[in-house]
Design a protein around this ligand. Structure first.
Ligand code: ADP
Length: 495
């Protein structure tokens, strides 16, 4: 039986409208998968400059909605767009808050008024659903930018609003971003201090944490892989919130993200120069050739193992290990291509290595969706040495593109990559455990050695390309959790 559950789905980035990372991929695809299963899902997103400039079809559906911000009420318009799967997307238009070069901040730091920006977003999402007469059965919130919503439902919207009592599900995509703000700014949110600002509420060591608000006040919590759901209950990965997760473990679920294979499959990918599939692999070598050319590498790299990374340049992603070992890795006679933006020290270290190893290192700074696809299709080995990784999408994309992943065994990386066994020929990649430079290089070494044995390598690629992480299975798990919060049988789906 399929219920027509009505879901208000709130995220601060949604592909293809606005993207800085994996959250956009998830929020761009999961609502469509839920819709396929019969749910009526509506997305809400700020109307950023990136969306304005994106040439999407939009229409204004509400004008001059009055949204509370601290002691004021400020007007906002609401525009409507649609995802490719036909999911409505409501965009909150308020230019002084969202018409900016970036989503969250610039190279020098976060925008100073992010609490105002995302409090406004939270209130606007609730008020617009009322104004559109859309009474959701539940609200699904993602990451700190929407963490206020579960608290608002229990606070100012708890008595009079039509949303009073609406259950919320909160998904943690990355515990490293906790939405911390000075305690003195609480009035911005519209929440009362006595009711909410205490250790059992949204206070986190004297500060406001919007992430904690989401975790504490939602009916169910999910995170994006089973292993990360376990890890965040430990002091090593819990970043001070492990106690809260342990306390709420009966309502905490780890659901692996899916892959949108309409976008990430070399057989149909419109970005890649040559399409290919497990039965017709010639295109992979041609993609490698054209990537080598595009990145200005020496043509001799075609015979060497070509390593790739596409990532935020952040030490979470293991760049401190990579930077320490760049010369040793390049001594293995490989090519290396990196696409990323972020930390300037990391940028400089990679640029220096590119100068030292002319013709073998390609480094592109920036966010470049087409190039990300070219790299997936062109490289032989994909590196993700993350310190922690809630789910990670790029290893799943890499598997599909026959780019063998070398990953640290943590979070979703551990759940999706299976160590290759040369005896049984089972497995799809290489993993290392300790967060140590030597362990990382040893895993790369294994991959590079095996690359010389082209028959076994083909088998390894084929194992990876077979993997199926499509959204359907994960969307069904989300529906189970939705039903559990709507119909009240919380314990039944607890893991
Ligand atoms: P996270 O969300 O932690 O950044 P994920 O692996 O979950 O990491 O998702 C990253 C997403 O962002 C992937 O779709 C990846 O291809 C994309 N991405 C990351 N950096 C870049 C970049 N510089 N250019 C284009 N795409 C990028």
């Amino acid at each position: 039986m399929v219920d027509k559950l009505k879901v208000l789905f709130l995220a601060s980035e949604v592909g293809p409208f606005a993207k800085t990372g994996g959250l956009a991929d998830v929020a761009g695809a999961l609502p469509g998968a839920l819709r396929q299963l019969g749910a009526d899902v509506r997305l809400v997103l700020p109307y950023y400059r990136l969306v304005r400039e994106g040439n999407f079809q939009l229409r204004t559906v509400l004008k001059d909605l009055k949204i509370p911000l601290g002691s004021e009420k400020l007007p906002a318009n609401v525009l409507e767009a649609q995802t490719e799967d036909g999911v409505p997307v409501y965009l909150i238009e308020r230019d002084d808050l969202y018409d900016r070069p970036n989503l969250y901040g610039s190279a020098v730091g976060d925008y100073y008024d992010n609490l105002e920006r995302f409090s406004f977003f939270a209130h606007a999402a609730l008020i617009l659903s009322d104004a559109l007469l859309f009474s959701p059965d539940l609200i699904h919130c993602h990451d700190w930018q929407t963490g206020l919503v579960p608290a608002l439902i229990k606070g100012p919207y708890g008595d009079t609003s039509t949303l009073a009592g609406t259950p919320t599900v909160f998904t943690v995509h990355n515990l490293g971003y906790q939405g911390l703000f000075p305690a003195g700014k609480l009035p911005v949110t519209g929440l009362l201090k006595d009711e909410f600002f205490h250790p059992e509420g949204l206070e986190f060591w004297g500060k406001i944490s919007l992430l904690k608000a989401g975790i504490v006040y939602s009916e169910a919590i999910t995170t994006v892989s089973p292993t990360y759901a376990r890890e965040i209950q430990t002091s090593e990965y819990g970043l001070g919130m492990e106690g809260i997760f342990k306390h709420r473990r009966a309502s905490l679920h780890g659901i692996l993200n899916g892959v949108d294979y309409n976008l990430w499959d070399p057989a149909v990918d419109s970005h890649v120069t040559f399409n290919y599939s497990p039965r017709k692999m010639e295109g992979k070598r041609r993609c490698k050739e054209s990537l080598i050319q595009e990145m200005g590498l020496d043509p001799s790299v075609i015979k060497k193992p070509l390593l790739g990374m596409i990532s935020r340049l952040d030490n979470q992603k293991g760049f401190d290990l990579l930077v320490q070992m760049l010369d040793e890795i390049l001594e293995l006679d490989v090519g290396l291509i990196i696409l990323g933006s972020g930390d300037e020290l990391i940028q400089k270290a990679i640029q220096d290595a590119a100068t030292r190893h002319q013709g073998r290192v390609g480094f592109e700074i920036g966010f470049d969706e087409p190039l990300a696809h070219h790299i997936m299709a062109g490289v032989d080995i994909f590196l993700i040495p993350s310190r922690y990784e809630p789910c990670g999408l790029t290893q799943m994309y890499a598997l599909k593109y026959g780019a063998v992943p070398v990953v640290r065994a943590t979070g979703g990386l551990d759940d999706t990559v299976v160590q290759f066994d040369p005896l049984t020929k089972e497995g799809n990649g290489f993993k290392f455990g300790p967060y140590k430079p030597a362990a990382f290089v040893a895993a790369i070494h294994q991959a590079v050695n095996l690359f010389q044995d082209s028959r076994t390598w083909k088998r390894l690629m084929a194992n990876g390309m077979k993997a199926d992480f499509s959204w359907d299975k994960s969307a069904r798990r989300y529906l189970e959790i939705y039903r559990s919060v709507v119909y009240g049988n919380f314990q039944q789906v607890a893991q």
